[in-house]
Design a protein around this ligand. Structure first.
Ligand code: G3I
Length: 477
């Protein structure tokens, strides 16, 4: 009954999105947006038990189109800037909660989670802190007081906090921030302890960028969180920002990296997803972007401890990307005119593929999305012969997308090696085998198949091993 009411309310809200976007179209002189899918991204995500969030610029909540999308399509919100130290305590001891409070009220009115971002970060510090000189003990008190004050303010209202943000250098060492320089690594544990004491129910995260796959930086982060856990420091999760580039997304590597952190007993989350491209955008870049969004979403949804995905901005109109990366943009799931892009469908398709409820065409309150998912793949991984120290495998992948060049990946059991392969170019790194097209089989039509085979040594491959194509995990087929 409640679900019926919620759906009806959301349908009305979605009609309002269309109406206000049409009005915006008249005002700004662009064409009215196409309808987002029904049930919404939020509803499909909720039915998988994961959250789908967005960064919110609280100043834009007065824009009806923007706020309608935030409320109907997302069930979690992150303050893009309003909860940062610079915004919250511009003068020492003088707090400005206006933006944070506005967002929390919006979330409560719309039955949304709040992801708090961020408590201790070297960037966007207020001038008094950035430029002030403090003794070590004074600075330690400043940090823990700040954490205590902000987490207490939003006790029971913010469910997750980025307690420490971007603490690492690219080589995996700790960043020489003011906090690290004066306090050493202990500022991290102290911040987590202060946050836990202020709200024992909030989940406490460390968050960073360029840590999405295994590399020197994520290895450093891994060592730190493993050690914090071993020392009993109250850390619950690791956030992976995922500010990515179209065509450079390796879903399999992202999944494996999420999994190794999850295996430490931590929650993991995609916290700031956007995938930028060189401008101007065109339909082939937008299609590739959709595949890349899908690959990241699939990676999270394949890891049971990955609690949700937050995109860093609703629309290309509001994104931080063009301000920072010259000539790049179009990184978000909605375009400049608040029309859903292929990336929006891809996110939604990922939740459906992970068991989300796509709706029922016969139910007027929950009719589902009439468009069939595009760009999907299914793969049959068949061990046709096996013996003690080896096996022969054939792989057939069906692709929903026309391809001009392809790259497939899968894992072999530990100790099993690739001996030789056919109908592709093969390489192995650790347990992961990568197969790229041969010169003669790179072009595949939509609905067509890719076939290759190989032999293993050191043991047998496993029948039914999952395969990814272009970073997107394929359904078993
Ligand atoms: O608030 C001032 C305003 O008073 C002034 O008039 C205006 C003039 O430029 O600037 C305003 O500050 C801007 C601030 O956002 C708030 O809007 C800054 O210039 C601008 O640089 C700042 O950018 C934010 C950036 O973090 C700062 O580092 C972006 O909006 C925000 O999307 C971005 O988010 C970060 C995450 O917090 C951490 N991970 C990376 C991510 C992207 O950089």
């Amino acid at each position: 009954m409640r679900q019926h009411r919620v759906r009806t309310v959301r349908r009305l809200a979605r009609a309002a999105v269309a109406a206000s976007a049409a009005a915006a179209a008249l005002t700004f002189g662009f064409s009215a947006p196409s309808q987002a899918a029904d049930p919404s991204l939020r509803e499909v995500a909720e039915s998988t038990g994961r959250f789908i969030g967005t960064a919110v610029n609280d100043g834009l909540l007065s824009n009806g189109t923007y706020s309608d999308i935030v409320s109907t399509e997302f069930d979690s919100v992150t303050a893009e800037n309003a909860m940062k130290w610079e915004a919250v305590e511009p003068q020492r001891g003088q707090f400005n909660w206006a933006g944070g409070d506005r967002l929390v009220q919006f979330a409560q009115a719309n039955d949304q989670l709040v992801y708090g971002h961020t408590l201790v970060w070297h960037s966007q510090m207020p001038g008094w802190l950035q430029n002030g000189s403090f003794s070590n003990s004074e600075l330690r008190t400043i940090v823990t007081d700040h954490v205590t004050t902000q987490v207490s303010r939003y006790k029971d209202k913010v469910q997750r906090w980025d307690v420490v943000n971007e603490a690492f250098n690219e080589d995996g060492s700790l960043r020489q921030s003011k906090f690290y320089q004066q306090l050493g690594a202990s500022y991290i544990a102290d911040s987590f302890r202060a946050a836990r004491a202020a709200d024992p129910d909030a989940k406490l995260f460390i968050n960073d960028y360029n840590t999405e796959t295994a590399n020197a930086k994520s290895d450093g982060l891994y060592r730190l969180v493993r050690d914090l856990k071993a020392q009993g420091v109250p850390i619950d999760g690791v956030g992976f920002q995922n500010h990515l580039i179209v065509g450079q997304v390796n879903g399999q590597a992202i999944r494996q990296n999420l999994q190794r952190f999850a295996d430490l007993g931590l929650e993991v989350a995609v916290t700031e997803l956007d995938i930028r491209m060189r401008m101007p955008s065109d339909s082939s870049k937008l299609q590739q972007q959709a595949r890349d969004y899908r690959a990241v979403a699939d990676a999270c949804l394949a890891v049971s401890r990955c609690s949700g995905i937050t995109v860093w901005g609703v629309s290309d109109r509001d994104s931080w990307v063009p301000d920072v990366f010259d000539g790049e943009g179009a990184a978000c799931p909605w375009d400049e005119n608040y029309r859903p892009k292929p990336a929006y469908d891809a996110l939604r398709d990922a939740f459906v593929a992970a068991g989300g409820d796509p709706g029922d065409p016969d139910d007027p309150d929950n009719p589902g999305d009439p468009d069939p998912p595009t760009g999907d793949c299914s793969a049959a991984f068949t061990v046709s012969n096996r013996w003690d120290t080896g096996s022969v495998v054939s792989v057939t992948i069906r692709t929903g997308q026309a391809l001009n060049g392809w790259r497939a990946q899968f894992d072999l059991p530990a100790g099993v090696n690739l001996a030789n392969g056919w109908n592709g170019a093969f390489s192995q790194s650790g347990r992961t085998v990568t197969v790229s097209n041969a010169a003669y089989n790179g072009t595949v039509s939509a609905g067509g198949t890719i076939s290759f085979g190989f032999q293993t040594s050191g043991g047998a491959a496993q029948d039914g091993t999952r395969v990814s194509l272009g970073g997107q995990e394929c359904a078993a087929g």
